[in-house]
Design a protein around this ligand. Structure first.
Ligand code: ATP
Ligand code: MG
Length: 133
């Protein structure tokens, strides 16, 4: 199993390190410049949401290797208030905080696999994978 990297997220200062970590791991997997940029934006949006809606959380990054493909898995985990309506949260422009509401829909578009598990009052887990082409 490839190394699992954990980055703690609690404030704006944690954005840069998690971006750097994502870029480095994406580089190791072999992603091109465009895909590396996509991964970096995605991880940054996930981290920004943790800061805004949960105060504290963790982002896990891991190279994934399958029989015929490899990629980078990114999981964002927090114990915040949870997402009230996941379907709505994925609509462009929907925000509960006067944000632009483009964070999550962008992450979904930028990554190949995307799944949200969230429970009110318990927290949120967002699972994503980008596959190398
Ligand atoms: N980790 C989270 N915990 C709780 N709620 C969340 C979390 N992430 C997103 N949300 C909810 O989903 C909504 C949509 O998130 P999204 O990132 O798309 O937009 P935004 O953060 O409001 O604005 P933007 O990301 O464009 O600045 C948020 O307004 C918030 O209500
Ligand atoms: Mg956001």
């Amino acid at each position: 199993m490839a190394t699992l990297t954990k980055v703690k997220i609690s404030n704006e200062w944690d954005l840069y390190p998690v971006r750097i970590t994502a870029r480095k791991l994406a580089d190791n997997v072999g992603f091109n410049i465009v895909d590396k940029a996509k991964i970096e934006i995605a991880v940054s949006e996930l981290a920004r949401n943790i800061i805004n809606y949960a105060e504290y959380g963790e982002i896990f990054l891991q190279e994934v290797t399958m029989l015929n493909k490899k990629g980078l898995k990114i999981i964002a985990l927090d114990e915040g208030n949870g997402i009230e309506n996941i379907e709505k949260a994925l609509i462009d422009g929907f925000s509960t905080s006067n944000g632009l509401g483009y964070g999550l829909p962008s992450v979904k578009r930028l990554m190949d696999e995307f799944e949200i598990q969230s429970e009110i009052g318990k927290g949120t887990k967002i699972y994503t994978v980008k596959w190398l082409r």
